[in-house]
Design a protein around this ligand. Structure first.
Ligand code: FES
Ligand code: FES
Length: 156
């Protein structure tokens, strides 16, 4: 059994130590926000936060994770009360098919937690590892900017 702390809750997981975190989130913990895209660290659909940093959960074996703080999109806020970044993505209608969006939101969340006022260039650079096949990148950028403004308490 491996102990994982996900969204502030402790879980005992019965899985092989080399199992990627993404599989455990989806198959054992029913946290299906993070998606399987490539399984190779190339698309970002599986992005979650580990101790506040965005990671590709398809690449990280659970053996490395006891004692670490894992946050998934489900930990940012429920459907009825979305978090600031989730709200900004909704308000900008950033999703088309939506497959990439949980990963995008988690990468944006990690960026804004360490830098609440990023420049356009910093946003572009931080979001670079995550791809959107539908091509809604401009709306995604607007959503990150909107979230930044909201986090800083300014009215839009
Ligand atoms: S599924 Fe993890 S980076 Fe593509
Ligand atoms: S909204 Fe479809 S992949 Fe991004």
């Amino acid at each position: 059994m491996i102990a994982l702390t996900v969204n502030g809750r402790e879980h005992e997981v019965d899985a092989e130590p080399d199992t990627p975190l993404l599989y455990v989130l989806r198959d054992d913990l029913q946290l299906n926000g993070a998606k399987f895209g490539c399984g190779l660290g190339q698309c970002g659909a599986c992005t979650v936060m580990l101790d506040g940093k965005a990671i590709f959960s398809c690449l990280v074996p659970i053996a490395l994770l006891p004692g670490r703080r894992i946050t998934t999109i489900e930990g940012l806020g429920p459907e009825a009360a979305p978090g600031v970044v989730q709200r900004a993505f909704i308000e900008e209608q950033a999703a088309q098919c939506g497959y990439c969006i949980a990963g995008m939101i988690m990468r944006a969340q990690a960026l804004l937690e360490r830098n609440p006022s990023p420049s356009e260039e910093q946003i572009r650079e931080a979001m670079m590892p995550n791809l959107c096949r539908c091509g809604t990148h401009m709306r995604i950028l607007r959503a990150v900017k909107r979230a930044s403004v909201a986090m800083n308490g300014a009215a839009l």
